[in-house]
Design a protein around this ligand. Structure first.
Ligand code: UDP
Length: 323
């Protein structure tokens, strides 16, 4: 049985849709940012918090869990700067509680959601797993702290883990159940699509004076379905013994500028956006693009869906939720 904590969230719920095809799945989620209706009905859903040892005990003592996937985290950079306590508590201290109970029940397989934010302002074109890690905000630091904790736990307690460092997750599930929705929304693609649906007056482009071909920031957008298949492959690598510990980037290997993303959204939707250029957003690197060669070579995974597919799946979902 696989325990997915944060399985009601955007990425977690998409991973659950893939896992239930071959596994029994328990989802533990406090629904602080997730949605119960995003959870596949074939799972056992438990509303609870990994920061609460009682909730964890209830899961591990009742179900024969043999692997844990951990998506339960706060992930807004700006909020982490304003409220670091929340990030260290929910992302680090709660994760320690989860690991402690796992070890108590001898559950040794762990998949951890990490982030491109741990690379800070990278000085390379393509970011490799061995590139310098130097996060520049509490969110990125909270994720790096857990990565370091996992390495220590692997040496001391024989924990087996895979860390997956996501670049820009986007797009919606083909099932139509899961799409990207945050409150408040800060992410580029949902913001553009909300604007094109008439829910926002305009789109602000945060700076067009970066050192990139069109002056806007470049990111590596990856379809949430591609992310989900990477998790299934990572889990398999632990359960078959192929991996004891591993860290992989998950991206497309392709960078798109903010302007290119807006163009793609206009093309896919057939609608015209009203765009204003504003000041840069603090803490935005000019370019973040992953090399995902390591996981391709090790596990045979690569992103299969391009930006147009990301946007058209997201558009279908946003239109449906607007009805
Ligand atoms: N962005 C923008 N306007 C917005 C939201 C985002 O110009 O309303 C830019 C942002 O500066 C970044 C890119 O879009 O360069 C992706 O931002 P997002 O917040 O989606 O993801 P991040 O890269 O910060 O994780």
């Amino acid at each position: 049985m696989i325990l997915v904590v944060g399985g009601a969230g955007y990425i977690g719920s998409r991973v659950v849709e893939v896992l239930v095809k071959k596994n029994e799945v328990v989802v533990l989620d406090n629904l602080s940012t997730g949605f119960e209706n995003a959870v596949d009905p074939q799972t056992i859903f438990i509303k609870g918090d990994i920061g609460n040892e009682g909730d964890l005990e209830a899961v591990f003592s009742n179900y024969p869990i043999h692997a844990v996937m951990h998506f339960a985290a706060n992930s807004l950079v700006g909020e982490s700067v304003a409220n670091p306590l929340k990030y260290y508590e929910n992302n680090v201290s709660a994760t320690l509680k989860l690991l402690k109970v796992m070890l108590k029940y001898s559950v040794k397989n762990f998949i951890f959601s990490s982030t491109a934010a741990i690379y800070g302002f990278p000085d390379v074109n393509m970011i490799h797993e061995e590139s310098k890690v130097e996060p520049i905000n509490p969110y990125g630091r909270s994720k790096l702290m857990v990565e370091n904790i996992l390495a220590d736990f692997a040496s001391a307690y024989d924990l087996r883990y895979v860390v997956l460092r996501y670049f820009n997750a986007a797009g919606a599930s083909e099932s139509g159940r899961i799409g990207e929705m945050h409150d408040p929304e800060t992410h580029l693609i949902p913001i553009i699509l909300q604007h094109l649906l008439g829910q926002r007056e305009q789109i602000s482009v945060f700076g067009d004076d970066y050192d990139t071909p069109d002056g806007t920031c470049i990111r590596d957008y990856i379809h949430v379905t591609d992310l989900a298949y990477a998790h299934a492959a990572a889990l398999n690598s632990l359960l078959t013994g192929q991996n004891k510990t591993a860290t992989y980037n998950l991206g497309n290997g392709l960078g798109y500028s903010v302007k290119e993303v807006i163009d793609t959204c206009e093309k896919v939707t057939g609608r015209k956006a009203k765009v204003v250029i504003t000041d840069r957003r603090a803490g935005d690197p000019a370019r973040l693009v992953a090399s995902s060669e390591k996981i391709r070579v090790a596990l045979g995974w690569k992103a299969e869906r391009n930006l147009e597919q990301i946007v058209s799946s997201a558009w279908k979902w946003h239109k449906k939720t607007d009805e």
